[in-house]
Design a protein around this ligand. Structure first.
Ligand code: AP5
Length: 249
């Protein structure tokens, strides 16, 4: 063997020992973690009747999947509290349990989506077929593709009324409690808890009518991306169902 070939021997041996190209770039699919190795940001919608538990489950979802939580109810309440032009337009609708006009709601969601290149979780939007169409165009215009999954919390009416009327909010932190299902244990917080102005038995009837009038059209816009969850169960059991669905998206 020539001297030059001998000097190349260590390099040739190294090449033989190296794994084939691609072994580092394509990990075994079943070893992928649902969160850390997700190739695309998740785009989720959570939907359901008033007090079906959307906000409660969003707390888990946004942490586990690192999502930006976009709740139109929270945005509108903030606008009302700050007396902004949007808040002034929305207030009378919200106080009566009616849906705020599509143009007003789509305006606030448009602002939030344009700065949302990472994953997001829409809570309480879209609520009408027209809002679903607007969302579609907004996502297209912002290069966000399409919605991955719609989680629909299905809860019976009797439970909804009980959840609405028993809900209490801490005005300082925005944290939500329930007199029976999630009582507040801090006496100082308990004495400042308030009830949302639309959380009465009378208003929830209007909110439910609005919900029933639109639910089929909204869910229909997403076809088999809609995954129904039994929302009558405990918070933990509902979360287990949601986690299983989202892990497979
Ligand atoms: P919004 O704030 O979105 O109200 P909503 O849809 O009626 O939903 P809620 O916030 O009442 O309930 P939730 O499903 O989040 O339940 P939560 O987890 O808090 O909208 C308010 C208003 O804004 C609308 O009426 C409308 O006017 C306007 N608006 C908003 N978006 C709009 C849009 N897109 N278009 C037009 N108008 C719009 O749980 C409720 C209670 O139950 C809590 O006390 C909780 O502790 C308890 N709970 C939760 N899960 C469970 C469980 N599994 N078991 C027992 N208790 C539970």
């Amino acid at each position: 063997m020539s001297r030059s070939l001998l000097s190349l021997l260590p390099v040739l041996l190294l090449l033989l020992l190296l794994p084939p190209i691609g072994a580092f770039t394509s990990p075994t699919p079943n070893l992928r973690s649902s969160t850390s190795l997700r190739s695309k940001p998740l785009k989720l919608i959570i939907t359901g009747a008033p007090a079906s538990g959307k906000g409660t489950q969003c707390e888990n979802l946004k942490v586990k999947y690192d999502l930006k939580h976009l709740s139109t109810g929270d945005m509108l309440r903030e606008a009302v509290a700050n007396g902004t032009p949007t808040g002034i337009k929305a207030k009378e609708y919200m106080d009566s349990g009616k849906l705020v006009p599509d143009t007003v709601v789509c305006g606030i969601i448009s602002d939030s989506l344009s700065s949302c290149a990472t994953g997001f979780l829409l809570d309480g939007f879209p609520r009408t077929s027209s809002q679903a169409e607007t969302l579609n165009s907004l996502m297209h215009d912002n290069g966000l593709g399409s919605i991955d999954c719609v989680i629909y919390l299905d809860v019976n009416e009797e439970s909804l009324v009980e959840r609405v009327t028993g809900r209490r909010i801490d005005p300082e932190t925005g944290n939500s409690y329930h007199v029976k299902f999630k009582p507040c244990t801090d006496p100082e917080v308990t004495q400042r808890l308030i009830q949302r102005s639309d959380d009465t038995e009378e208003k929830v009837k209007v909110r439910l009518q609005e919900f029933r009038a639109n639910v089929d059209a909204v869910n229909g816009a997403y076809g088999d991306k809609v995954k129904t969850v039994d929302g009558n169960k405990s918070v933990e059991e509902v979360w287990e169902q949601i986690r299983e669905i989202v892990d497979k998206v």
